[in-house]
Design a protein around this ligand. Structure first.
Ligand SMILES: [Zn+2]
Length: 295
């Protein structure tokens, strides 16, 4: 694998835009430092709500075409972050956005939520065995906030990491590879509270402000094991979020999803170590996700 850079990071996300919101600064930082940063997005986000009135016809209950449009948004976002390796799980459109929990689209043929975990994981095993990432980032078991595609992305990523390391599993997908460190996206509650306090004290054009519970992956400080200071890449993160124009509006250090409610953009991104063979740094927070993985 001599053609691969020494440090390799793989992120697994549910929809185009999740990567920029959750990990934009981390991705830009490691890409700028010469690490190989690879993104696997599990669906095209066909069920997303469309913000710009001029693009409302892309909605699934109108003409459709949102998925194809979001492929372009994702490509634009990745170019803002300096990330050149971005793929869709099983190829674009292989798995469909399942919509929010409880809607009829959850059960539709091809919906990601309705897919066998091991079958979907097979596609990711192939990526893991060819890129051989030391670090894997995905969501916690609740997918951060309970969206079925986010929960499924978590399950598929965790299962794929397990299967990729198993010598007896599908030799046709490449030589076994054990990911050294797996992280879940998290945000510490006090940080979220302070950021919302600042937002409430600021004049913005948002019609309202989101609730802290709208932020995915909020946990106690003690659950955080790594934080990545992405301040130097804040502009790239904002630009990447802006590139997802059907889904996100950005105002300074704040953004809103289709409900229009303001939320802070976090340029320090937080993680909880959740597996992998490398030793866990006990009693202190890491500031580099590659710490301790060796070359
Ligand atoms: Zn999503």
């Amino acid at each position: 694998m001599s053609e691969l850079p020494a440090r390799r990071l793989l992120l697994v996300h549910a929809h185009p835009d999740d990567e920029s919101i959750n990990n934009g600064a981390t991705m830009a930082k490691y890409a700028a430092e010469g690490a190989h940063v690879a993104l696997v997005t599990c669906t095209l986000g066909e069920e997303g709500e469309v913000i710009p009135p001029g693009l409302a016809h892309l909605a699934p209950d109108r003409e459709g075409g949102l998925g194809a449009h979001r492929i372009g948004e994702l490509a634009a976002a990745m170019s803002e972050l300096g990330v050149t390796d971005h793929r869709f799980l099983g190829g674009p459109g292989r798995f469909r956005d399942s919509g929010m929990m409880g809607v009829e689209q959850n059960r539709r043929e091809g919906a990601f939520w309705n897919t066998d975990v091991d079958e979907a994981a097979g596609y990711l095993v192939e990526v893991i065995r060819s890129l051989r990432p030391q670090v894997l980032i995905t969501y916690d078991p609740d997918g951060g906030y309970g969206h079925p595609d986010h929960i499924q992305a978590h399950r598929v990523a965790m299962r794929a990491a397990e299967l990729a390391a198993e010598p007896g599993y599908r030799a046709d997908l490449g030589a076994p590879h054990a990911v050294a460190k797996i992280y879940w996206n998290r945000v510490p509650r006090p940080v979220v509270e302070r950021a919302f306090d600042a937002l409430r004290a600021t004049e913005t054009d948002f019609p309202g402000i989101a609730a802290i519970d709208d932020v995915p992956g909020v946990v106690d400080e003690s659950d955080i094991t790594a934080e990545i200071d992405g301040a130097a890449h804040a502009a790239a993160k904002s630009a990447a979020m802006r590139a997802h124009a059907t889904q996100i509006t950005v105002q300074g250090p704040y953004f809103a999803l289709s409900n229009g409610l303001g939320q802070p953009i976090f340029t320090t991104e937080y993680y909880q170590r959740a597996g992998g063979r490398a030793p866990v740094a006990a009693g202190r927070r890491e500031h580099d996700l590659f710490e301790g993985v060796g070359e």
